[in-house]
Design a protein around this ligand. Structure first.
Ligand code: CAA
Length: 285
């Protein structure tokens, strides 16, 4: 080990993947960002451009730095473009089948020392890692939404992750300006295991017309000092993503706390996915 991570890959450029690509490029790394087709890659590029534009507007990033950051990201549609990278962060949709396929391919394409990290929120890193010939070099690297703003990275180690890889990835997280915490491979890791029971409970309270959405959210913002209320936060996370996370945690824990509130499913079926769809618990421009 001891090699320096300079070239990194990101697979999947949705909300999380594009935010992660931005964070990596901001730290001076050269990033190869992969999506399934040109259209999705262009959408990912759009996310990075608007997020960095916002950072410039807010005085968090100089225009010159923004331009250099954007130049450090190369977009592509083939995993073969990742042959030379030192680390890959995968951020594709939360399907074990899809992730297993991507990891099996990355295992063949990348060098044997390349660390393969997943940004999964709730799937098992162990189950992803067994689809490679190097489960010792597979870890979780879980960012929080919005990735450019929130400072935590959960580094998830399995029973076979090499200790040097955990050390390397935690040091890398610090280099990105983030604070790493290390956790074993358990559904929800630390933050989601604590957060999602609360979010689900808020949906149930809303469903039972216990209080209006505005009052539910105001109570937690103004009474508990949370930056956002639970329903607004669900809109930010995406109701489909939240539902997937709850299902996975419920499947593992059988704790009723994590049994998804029926309203969540109904809203997803109706296309009310949250901010990304323009409407969830609230409506967005
Ligand atoms: N780069 C750097 N800084 C940026 C930025 C970027 N691309 N975009 C925004 N910022 C900065 C802004 O300049 C601002 O900084 P100041 O506070 O110093 O002015 C700060 O980030 C906040 O941005 P905004 O002013 O635009 O927005 P806000 O003050 O309304 O905060 C929020 C928005 C950051 C989303 C805040 O409400 C928040 O933290 N909410 C809670 C989010 C949360 O809990 N996320 C976790 C979800 S769970 C998860 O992600 C895990 C999972 O697996 C699903």
């Amino acid at each position: 080990m001891g090699r320096e991570i300079t070239k990194v890959g990101v697979v999947g450029l949705g909300t999380m993947g594009s935010g992660i690509a931005e964070v990596l490029a901001r730290s001076g790394l050269s990033v190869t960002a992969i999506e399934v087709d040109e259209g999705c890659a262009a959408r990912g590029r759009g996310h990075v451009e608007s997020s960095t534009e916002r950072a410039v507007r807010k005085g968090k990033l100089a225009e010159r730095e923004r331009d250099a950051l954007l130049d450090r990201i190369r977009y592509g549609t083939s995993l073969h473009d990742l042959a030379e990278v030192d680390l890959v962060v995968e951020a594709i949709p939360e399907s074990l089948e899809l992730k297993a396929e991507v990891f099996a391919q990355l295992d063949k394409i990348t060098g044997p020392e390349t660390v393969l990290a997943s940004n999964t929120s709730a799937l098992s890193i162990t189950e992803i890692g067994v689809h490679t010939s190097r489960p010792g070099k597979v870890v979780g690297m879980h960012f929080f939404n919005p990735a450019p703003v929130l400072r935590l990275i959960e580094v998830v180690r399995t029973v076979v992750t090499e200790p040097e890889v955990v050390t390397e990835v935690t040091a890398f997280a610090e280099r990105l300006g983030k604070t790493p915490v290390v956790i074993g491979d358990r559904a929800g890791f630390i933050a989601n295991a604590l957060l999602f029971g609360y979010l689900n409970h808020a949906v149930r309270m809303y469903e039972q017309q216990y209080a209006t959405r505005e009052d539910l959210d105001a109570a937690m913002r103004l009474g508990c000092g949370y930056p956002m209320g639970p329903l607004a936060l669900l809109d930010l996370i995406g109701l489909d993503t939240a539902h997937e996370i709850l299902e996975t945690m419920y499947h593992q824990s059988r704790d009723r706390l994590h049994s998804p509130a029926p309203l969540l499913k109904q809203m997803i079926t109706a296309g009310l996915l949250g901010r990304k769809a323009g409407r969830g618990f609230y409506t967005y421009e």
